[in-house]
Unconditional design. Structure first.
Length: 763
């Protein structure tokens, strides 16, 4: 090899070595740089890790101290909880899911009186065992095994019912056990001894109060009996005294005795009623009755007062409403009497109206009645309205003070209406007047009857002559509802000015200032006006003696009863018939759609007939003789009162002084009627009646026996009627009621010597 080549080769090798060196140096440099970078990152990481470690360390410290704190708190809470559990008087225990006791407070354990076995770890079954074996629990009639089984069943149920157990020492413990989610059972044993004793005391107190209340009501009933008997003497004698010849002053005295006696009786009856309602002993006696008649009878009773006070007292009885319903007439009358009595008492001028409306109820058999008593009296302040329905409550005030009363009337009325399933309300405005209303739903006694009768053919237009707007308004609306057209005038002179006009009938009030109804009729006839006249009068008997009577076609009682109006119209039909016939009337019954009919009132109310009485067969007269009346009463005054009350009758009166004598005299005398006092010594009225009925069985016939009693309690009437008596009169007896009973039993062919008050109504 040439040197040159060798040199070249060496040079090449040196160059390659130099390049390799350079490269290695560069690599080393790069590696150094990388190492630096890494070292830097590492030291940064070390710093950061150190910081984290530091934080974790301090966090750890904090957690440790928090934990310590929390532990301390838990200990305090546990101590407090336990302290509380120990402090409570009631037992507290916790059992685990295997029914082993975990913990129990002192109260729980105290029942076991220090028995060592009873502590944590004891099973519930063992607890029950100890309770029975040690006689800690009073298990009554049960066997210990049965008792434990029952308690265990209860314990094992999902949600055990609370259970009351009685301990040997008379303490009552109520066990309330509740299962937790993990099967633990928390058991509470509440000592309810005081509550149980308190309840026992309350029960005893209630029983005592009920006994006292019963005793009170019996006492009141007896008292009312005791009071009514002498009242019979007072009221009856005063009534008789007033009929004798007396000076004006003496008459005043007699009347005062009677009216005071009657007022006292009202109070006695109110108190008796109230005590009966209180004791829940008031029961309703439902029967068919005539509501319209009942209202008119009440109005008749109040008429004198209305006349004295110059108050217009009227009845607006829905013309299409039936008269007869099924209900307790006595109680409905009582409610109405209270409301009407108050209306009259608290009204000085103006009017008192009883309005009766009704709608058929949904069942188609009942009628929803609304009865309103409307007055123009002193009214009631709004803040007193609710107060007045309470017991013994009256509106206090100057103006009220002058009115007497017990403050029981409305309380009784409210209770009566509620007892009948109705409701009562009042609307009132001081100085304007009040409207007391009650709603009752009663079955109609006669199916689908309306109270409206037939309007005679030819009657179209009626003139009403009546000075009082309220009365005129009622008549106009009633006749208008029947399809008649009306022409209202306020005086005789006004009527004459319009007559004869196109009027078919004149309906005039009797009592009017200047020209009364009779004078109007007379003036019409003198003027050649022949239109028929019906006079409405509160004193129809006065008209009968009036020479002008020939000018009027009918006289009707005012307030007007619908049945009497319809029957008068029927009687007068020939007088209208000459005229062109009335166009078909449109009849609207309450609640029913308006219907077209040729005979608008096919169902003329039979309701006006009185309810049928028990049929009584009176003995046939055996020849001309006086009627024989036997009266049995052990009280001398009562016998005297009775004697005086029937003195005007042509009868043969015999007295018995006790039940035995009554039976004996009945056998001997064969009376036509017997009046029988109920409470008599030895044989009482009921027993005497039974013996008389037994006698009649062999002898035949049925003589009416009328009970006379001062009793007022429920059940008496049934008892009395069950004993064979036919009627029931409560003392004090009124002359009219006695005479009416005698008249009803009057054997045919005999006459009663006049005057006999009340007899016209009965015969
Ligand atoms: P009283 O026996 O006092 O009349 P009530 O219970 O019947 O007892 O009535 C209670 C009170 O209600 C009455 O004292 C009176 O203040 C008031 N009151 C009742 N009805 C009327 C009425 N129609 N007008 C004004 N106040 C009346």
């Amino acid at each position: 090899m040439h040197l040159a080549d060798k040199l070249l080769e060496e040079r090449r090798a040196r160059l390659a070595a130099e390049r390799l060196l350079e490269q290695k140096q560069a690599e080393l440099h790069a590696a150094n740089r990388k190492l630096d970078k890494h070292a830097l990152a590492l030291s940064k990481e070390i710093v950061e890790t150190r910081a984290i470690v530091q934080t974790v360390l301090s966090e750890n410290e904090r957690v440790k101290s928090d934990l310590l704190h929390a532990n301390q708190k838990i200990q305090v809470a546990e101590r407090r909880l336990w302290h509380s559990i120990e402090t409570i008087q009631d037992g507290f225990a916790v059992f685990d899911a295997d029914s082993r006791l975990i913990l129990a407070n002192k109260a729980y354990l105290s029942v076991f009186d220090g028995l060592e076995e009873v502590g944590p770890g004891i099973s519930y079954v063992a607890v029950l065992q100890i309770l029975t074996e040690e006689g800690i629990v009073d298990i009554g009639e049960m066997t210990p095994a049965a008792w434990r089984e029952r308690m265990l069943d209860r314990w094992q149920s999902e949600t055990p019912e609370p259970e009351v157990i009685r301990l040997w020492n008379g303490h009552y413990i109520k066990l309330i056990d509740q299962r937790g989610a993990d099967g633990d059972m928390v058991s509470l044993a509440l000592n309810i001894t005081e509550t149980v004793r308190h309840e026992q005391r309350l029960r005893e107190a209630r029983r005592a109060a009920e006994n006292a209340n019963r005793a009170k009501s019996i006492f009141l009933a007896n008292m009312s009996h005791e009071l009514r008997t002498p009242m019979n003497g007072i009221v009856g004698m005063a009534e008789l005294l007033a009929e004798t010849e007396l000076s004006e002053e003496q008459r005043l005295f007699a009347d005062t005795i009677r009216s005071s006696g009657e007022a006292l009786l009202v109070i006695i009856n109110q108190i008796l009623d109230f005590s009966k309602i209180e004791a829940g002993r008031l029961e309703l006696h439902e029967e068919p009755f005539d509501l319209e008649r009942c209202i008119h009878e009440l109005v008749t009773l109040m008429r004198m007062t209305a006349r004295d006070k110059d108050i217009s007292l009227c009845v607006d009885y829905d013309i299409f409403l039936p008269s007869r319903f099924v209900g307790d007439p006595g109680r409905i009358r009582q409610a109405l009497t209270n409301l009407l009595g108050n209306a009259m008492k608290f009204t000085e001028s103006g009017h008192v109206v009883i309005r009766v409306t009704g709608m058929p109820a949904e069942d188609g058999e009942r009628v929803d009645l609304r009865i309103l008593v409307e007055d123009t009296g002193i009214g009631i302040p709004p803040d007193k309205i609710q107060h007045i329905f309470g017991e013994f409550n009256q509106v206090e005030g100057e103006r009220n003070r002058k009115f007497e009363g017990t403050g029981l009337g409305l309380a009784i009325t409210r209770r009566l209406i509620e007892l009948m399933g109705g409701e009562i309300w009042v609307e009132s405005e001081p100085d304007r007047g009040s409207v007391f209303g009650f709603a009752l739903s009663l079955p109609a006694a006669d199916k689908l009857e309306t109270g409206a009768g037939r309007i005679p053919a030819g009657l179209r237009r009626v003139m009403i002559v009546e000075p009082h707007n309220i009365n005129r308004g009622i008549l106009e609306s009633q006749l208008g509802a029947l399809g008649l057209s009306t022409l209202g005038t306020a005086s005789g002179a006004e009527a004459l000015a319009c007559l004869p006009g196109d009027v078919d009938l004149v309906l005039t009030a009797h009592n009017m200032p200047e020209m009364d109804g009779m004078e109007l009729a007379e003036a019409m006839r003198s003027a050649g006006i022949e239109t028929p006249v019906i006079v409405l009068s509160e004193t129809p008997w006065k008209i009968e003696r009036d020479p002008a009577r020939i000018h009027v076609q009918a006289v009707l009682n005012w307030p007007l009863q619908r049945s009497s109006l319809f029957s008068a119209l029927q009687t007068l039909e020939p007088l209208f018939a000459a005229r062109p016939t009335t166009p078909t009337a449109r009849v609207a019954r309450a609640g029913a759609p308006v219907e077209e009919t040729d005979d608008p009132f096919p169902a003329m109310a039979k309701g006006a007939e009185p309810p049928e009485d028990k049929t009584i067969v009176t003995p046939e007269p055996s020849g001309p003789r006086a009627m024989r009346v036997l009266a049995a009463d052990d009280n001398r005054t009562n016998r005297l009162v009775f004697e005086k009350m029937v003195k005007d009758l042509d009868i043969e009166l015999h007295f018995a002084e006790n039940g035995a004598e009554a039976v004996e005299l009945f056998r001997k005398l064969e009376p036509d009627i017997v009046f029988m006092d109920i409470s008599m010594p030895e044989i009482d009225g009921k027993e005497a009646a039974r013996q008389i009925r037994a006698l009649e069985k062999s002898r035949g016939g049925h003589v009416p026996i009328v009970a006379m009693t001062a009793h007022g309690l429920k059940g008496d009437e049934e008892d009395i009627l069950a004993a064979g008596l036919d009627h029931y009169l409560t003392k004090p007896m009124s002359k009219a009621r006695i005479v009416r009973r005698i008249a009803e039993a009057w054997p045919g062919g005999m006459d009663i010597r006049p005057p006999v008050p009340g007899l016209q109504a009965a015969s």
